[in-house]
Design a protein around this ligand. Structure first.
Ligand code: ADP
Ligand code: MG
Length: 360
């Protein structure tokens, strides 16, 4: 069966997909509590629709990866959830506070690291953190306590007396994380926190996020598949303003483990891309068929994704014979994660499992 369903919303992880990371603190968290709830968020900029009915639920203690190519709508979603911009349609609640009615409550609940952090480069690290703390209403002993705490938490002890402009990109990012933590928010929203870092810095920041995410709810966006695989409990994939998949990193790997079949047939009268797809979709065990660019003008190529691990080569051969197609090539190959990601973010038909999740 071909997947034609539009995944309009994406609800909480289904039972069995609740994050199960070990750790005494996390066990004490009530993970059933919904911390972020967005319903049908749309955002229109002039003539273009940047977000198209995005819905999600994020539970306490989850580290959610928000994965998508550039321009998919990640930053727009994050700006809406942090009250930096309003949706054209839809609603959201953060820690129980409505983004329209209680933006102060939302901002208090969230530590936000924007895509390009507005650091004051001519300040010392300590001065900057004191300045931000003051803006958030922290003064005197409380301010000193919180600044000390975030400096320790983000590993800034060795550089807090240095000018921000003298720091490496990795340390600047730590300062960005430290400011996000100052008011002890239960939720962190981090927009591409590892982007632009060298591989060593990226690993350090990723590990730091995992550490500070132990007791907090985190959404982090990225266009890098490997990052969500390592850092996140759950992954939402967004493409062209829509959620196209909601899965665990393990679930994504499982999809990647599935094989795909590449079929090439001779073009002939009555055989087109559409009729070929329709005929191949009828084969039992085929989940989805799409047409690929063929190598020669008189050929048609198709990709078949199976529903199970069952070998489809014989049924494909039989279908070709039954339909009178001249089969030129048939082979199966494993998919890697990049292929799964590309498939989800470049085709028009969204992921059926995202819809299944919505229906649960
Ligand atoms: N302020 C804006 N004005 C007009 N278009 C915008 C604005 N911000 C974002 N967009 C458009 O909205 C879409 C989604 O952008 P964005 O949320 O920044 O994507 P991502 O963060 O996934 O790269 C893009 O097509 C982008 O060009
Ligand atoms: Mg962005």
């Amino acid at each position: 069966m071909a997947a034609t369903t539009i995944a309009g919303r994406c609800l909480a992880p289904a039972e069995g997909r609740t994050p199960k990371r070990a750790g005494a603190q996390r066990e004490s968290l009530d993970m059933s509590e919904v911390m972020i709830e967005a319903l049908d968020l749309s955002k229109r900029y002039d003539d273009s629709l940047a977000l198209d009915k995005v819905s999600m639920e994020v539970r306490r203690g989850e580290v959610l990866g928000f994965l998508g190519p550039n321009g998919a709508g990640k930053s727009t979603t994050m700006k809406i959830l942090t009250c930096f911009t309003a949706p054209t349609e839809g609603t959201a609640k953060v820690n129980g506070c409505d983004i329209f009615d209680d933006s102060l409550g939302v901002r208090k609940s969230i530590g936000y690291l924007p895509e390009s952090t507005a650091l004051y480069h001519d300040m010392l690290v300590l001065e900057y953190l004191q300045f931000v703390a003051e803006m958030r209403g922290l003064n005197g002993a409380e301010q000193r306590k919180q600044v000390k705490k975030v400096v320790e938490e983000t590993g800034l002890e060795g550089v807090f007396a240095k000018g921000i402009q003298t720091l490496s990109k990795g340390y600047k990012q730590r300062v960005g994380l430290a400011q996000a933590l100052l008011h002890e928010p239960p939720i962190l929203i981090l927009d591409e926190p590892m982007s632009g870092l060298d591989p060593n810095q990226a690993v350090e920041i990723r590990d730091l996020i995992k550490e500070i995410g132990r007791e907090r709810t985190v959404i982090l966006s990225t266009h890098n598949l490997a990052e969500v695989q390592v850092a996140c409990d759950r992954v939402l994939i967004i493409s062209k303003g829509r959620i196209v998949a909601d899965d665990t990193p393990a679930g994504l790997s499982e999809r990647a483990g599935k094989r795909r079949y590449l079929v090439t047939v001779q073009k002939s009268n009555g055989l087109s891309e559409t009729s070929g797809c329709a005929a191949l979709e009828k084969i039992s065990g085929v989940q989805r068929v799409r047409s690929l660019a063929a190598e020669a003008e008189d050929e048609l190529s198709f990709e078949l994704l199976p529903t199970t691990d069952e070998d489809l080569r014989a049924p494909v051969f039989k279908a070709a014979v039954d339909n009178g197609y001249t089969l030129l090539d048939l082979h199966r190959e494993g998919q890697n994660l990049e292929q799964v990601f590309r498939d989800l973010t470049t085709t028009e038909s969204p992921d059926p499992e995202a819809h299944d999740a919505a229906a649960e």
